[in-house]
Design a protein around this ligand. Structure first.
Ligand SMILES: C[S@@+](CC[C@H](N)C(=O)[O-])C[C@H]1O[C@@H](n2cnc3c(N)ncnc32)[C@H](O)[C@@H]1O
Length: 285
């Protein structure tokens, strides 16, 4: 982790299981939520000498896709607050990948006006409400004029919560955890305003429902598996806060997950995801 930096990130482990969880989740979000897309704006043309940046790169799943479709003249940077997964991303065959440890709220000074495309996905559980502003100010600064940012994150405000369901309990746990860490719960409601305040233009926001539960076929089963593993990854921190009075130990946590899966199979709960594209204007305004 960057020295002196505190992270609000609610996932405490960075082992092989966590790397696999991130890779599997990336597959589900790309294939079943975004319908195969990892560059969201289909009209985007990257020049031969483009530079792209993946913020909070994690297991490097997005970089692995990008490196296959761009010429080796395109430089792909990945930054993360922790280098834990870097050795699995960099290979001698991919000399155009550059990885470095930075916080998304404080990118290198000499990166101003450098990038054609900045990708950032699934940082909702990692950066506070205030840090989002600083993070996107930094993104604006490091983009070339005319460069594009793309964001992807869940909108927890969309979590359905029929009274008395396990999913309602889960929503209460997540709301409490998000409040403790000053994280952003209502991504969809806030993100466009933040981008506008900073000066981004051509802001496009698309909401996608994540298929979940048996009635949505294989994608729904994959969605249920990914969501359960996502919730399990937060179990240590949730229990550290005594389960917010809703679950007292790991047995109760697992029993809640069992019930949620039945509710997903019955089709009574869901979660929306938000795909965002925005552009730094080509000329100063
Ligand atoms: C849920 S993972 C998402 C990884 C990847 N973007 C993806 O979509 O699979 C969140 C990542 O953000 C990193 N992270 C947490 N706080 C950060 C910060 N302040 N700046 C940069 N990265 C951060 C974590 O180390 C972790 O790798």
């Amino acid at each position: 982790m960057v020295s002196g930096e505190e992270s609000a990130y609610v996932v405490l482990t960075q082992d092989d299981a966590e790397r696999k969880r991130l890779n599997d989740a990336y597959h589900y979000y790309k294939e079943s939520v975004r319908r195969g897309k990892f560059i969201y704006d289909e009209s985007l043309v990257l020049p031969e000498d483009a530079a792209v940046l993946d913020v909070g790169t994690g297991s490097g799943a997005w970089i692995s896709d990008m490196v296959q479709i761009v010429p080796s003249s395109v430089v792909i940077h990945g930054i993360d607050i922790s280098p834990a997964f870097f050795p699995h991303i960099q290979s001698s065959a991919n000399q155009n990948i550059r990885l470095s440890v930075h916080s998304c709220t404080s990118l290198p000074e000499d990166w101003s006006n450098s990038f054609d495309l900045v990708n950032q996905s699934l940082l909702i559980a990692a950066i506070t409400q205030d840090e989002w502003r600083q993070n996107l100010r930094e993104t604006y600064r490091v983009l070339k004029p005319g460069g594009q940012v793309q964001l992807f994150d869940p909108d927890f405000e969309s979590l359905s919560s029929h009274p008395g369901t396990a999913y309602e309990k889960t929503r209460l746990i997540l709301e409490s955890l998000w409040a403790k860490h000053s994280l952003m719960f209502d991504f969809k409601a806030q993100i466009a305003c933040i981008l506008m305040e900073i000066g981004f233009k051509d802001i496009l926001i698309e909401v996608k429902e994540g298929p979940i539960g048996k009635q949505k076929g294989d994608a729904g089963l994959e969605g249920a598996d990914i969501q359960c593993r996502g919730l399990r990854s937060m179990q240590p921190i949730i229990l550290r806060y005594s389960g917010f009075g809703i679950v007292n130990n790991s047995e109760e946590f697992e029993s809640l997950l069992d019930t949620i899966q039945r509710e997903w199979d019955e089709g009574t709960s869901w979660l929306d995801y938000v795909v965002v594209c925005a552009r730094r204007p080509s000329t100063a305004v």
